[in-house]
Design a protein around this ligand. Structure first.
Ligand code: ATP
Length: 409
């Protein structure tokens, strides 16, 4: 097997390399085997930047983390229930797991985990390219372990599952396959693509929260637009809801820095109200985020009325005042330039900030006693101000007096 000691040294910062070397020595003293696995090995082999350092220990990951903390001053956070630990010091960190095997009681269920060997640990992974390990033990530092042929697939740019039941065990892997394919400009190899198509119904076994998380991960990718088109093309989006689409203008407006709620509001923008409601339910989007997305649907219904030229500004204001700015902003983002969009922009930038000079106390001093009447007159005063019918304090007072007399404004 090849040795990637040189790539490890080149890819890691001094501090990260020191952490890896220290882990190797501490593990050896405890009698454990230790490996870098998954994403970092893949990315080192591809010459891409390393994001996280994931370590598998044939032994007790918790004891190893504690040993590192005690002897070398690393900080550790241990999770005994899962046999995992995080180690960190200033700007480096590593995630340690005890080698484990996983069995799935039913599709979509979380796996049952038991401590095991590196071989079983690699066998539970999603794709061959993510099932490669590199030893970091002092005696064979950098030796690759590749039971599944990941190295060849990496060279050929192929995403391949480890076994035919992979998507049945965990259908989130369908989303992962597309995400990696677009990120790395790889190809999902034909048998794996066939398995995706055969197992689309397994997407129904994934909970709303996990689905939401997978979509979020796609939104965060630089290649988000292409990835959404691909999940559409493979029939994955339709499985979430038959009306969902990932192509065209919609994808172009999704940006990875947008808030989560904006991304989901754009994803569902073209749906009708009922389909949107069903999609929100499927993705378990409720509370404030769900409310914002429902508001977007309601604003869409006002677009015809908002497209009238010379619409009094007070009308624009009253049509939009009960919606959150976030919802209005989504519609601005989604709509092409139009008279309606100009009205939305005007509302956000100017109209919603306009207030009369007089306030409730001024009106009381002018003789209005009931709260309800004060509210009504303030509303009429605001409308007049929005429509430029009053500008100065004197003009506002004159209008209030005429309203008290019962004159038509
Ligand atoms: P990224 O660059 O997106 O972080 P990564 O490969 O590090 O890529 P993670 O989601 O951090 O991906 O997962 C770490 C490793 O755990 C993966 O490389 C893969 O081996 C394994 N893994 C993660 N999710 C799954 C899954 N659903 N099924 C099987 N293996 C998985």
């Amino acid at each position: 097997m090849p040795n990637i000691a040189e790539q490890i040294k080149k890819s890691l910062t001094q501090d990260a390399l020191a952490l890896i070397n220290n882990l190797g020595k501490t593990a050896r003293d405890l009698g454990y085997n230790i490996y870098i696995v998954g994403g970092p090995v893949r990315d080192m082999l591809l010459g891409r930047p390393i994001v996280d350092i994931d370590i598998v220990v044939e032994g007790d990951a918790i004891a190893l983390a504690r040993g590192m903390a005690k002897a070398l001053g690393y900080q550790s956070k241990t999770h005994p229930r899962f046999g995992t630990a995080n180690l960190y010091m200033s700007n480096v960190s590593a995630d340690l797991v005890t080698a484990r095997s996983e069995t799935y009681e039913k599709p979509g269920a979380l796996p049952t985990v038991t401590p095991s060997s590196l071989k079983s640990d690699l066998a539970r992974r999603d794709f061959t390219m993510n099932a490669i390990a590199a030893s970091v033990a002092p005696n064979d530092f950098g030796e690759l372990i590749d039971y599944a042929g990941g190295l060849n697939d990496l060279k050929a740019g192929l995403i391949r599952v480890l076994h035919p039941n992979s998507f049945m065990d965990d259908a989130t892997r369908i989303f992962r396959a597309v995400r990696y394919e677009q990120r790395l400009s790889f190809t999902i190899e034909p048998v794996t693509e066939g398995l995706i198509k055969q197992n689309l119904s397994m997407i129904d076994t994934i909970s709303g929260n996990r689905l939401k998380n997978e979509l979020n991960l796609i939104f965060k990718e630089d290649s988000c637009i292409k990835a959404l088109e691909r999940v559409d093309e493979l029939g994955i989006l339709k499985r979430l809801h038959p009306s969902l689409r990932g192509n065209g203008w919609l994808s172009a407006k999704l940006c990875k820095d947008c808030d989560q709620v904006i991304l989901f509001a754009l994803l569902t923008y073209n749906l009708n109200e009922e389909d949107c409601r069903d999609t929100l339910k499927r993705l378990n989007i409720s509370g404030k985020n769900g409310q914002t997305i429902k508001e977007v649907q309601k604003i869409k219904k006002e677009l015809n009325a908002l497209s009238v030229h010379n619409l009094p500004f007070s009308r624009v204001y009253r049509m939009l005042e009960n919606f959150s700015n976030e919802a209005v902003e989504v519609v601005i983002l989604a709509e092409e330039p139009s008279a309606a969009r100009q009205h939305l922009e005007l509302y956000i930038e100017e109209l919603q900030l306009i207030r009369p000079i007089l306030d409730g106390n001024d009106l009381k001093r002018m003789g209005i006693t009931t709260g309800r009447k004060i509210g009504q007159i303030l509303k009429q005063l605001t409308n007049a101000k929005l429509d430029h019918k009053v500008r100065t304090r004197g003009e506002e007072e004159r209008l209030v007096k005429s309203l008290i007399r019962g004159d038509k404004p």
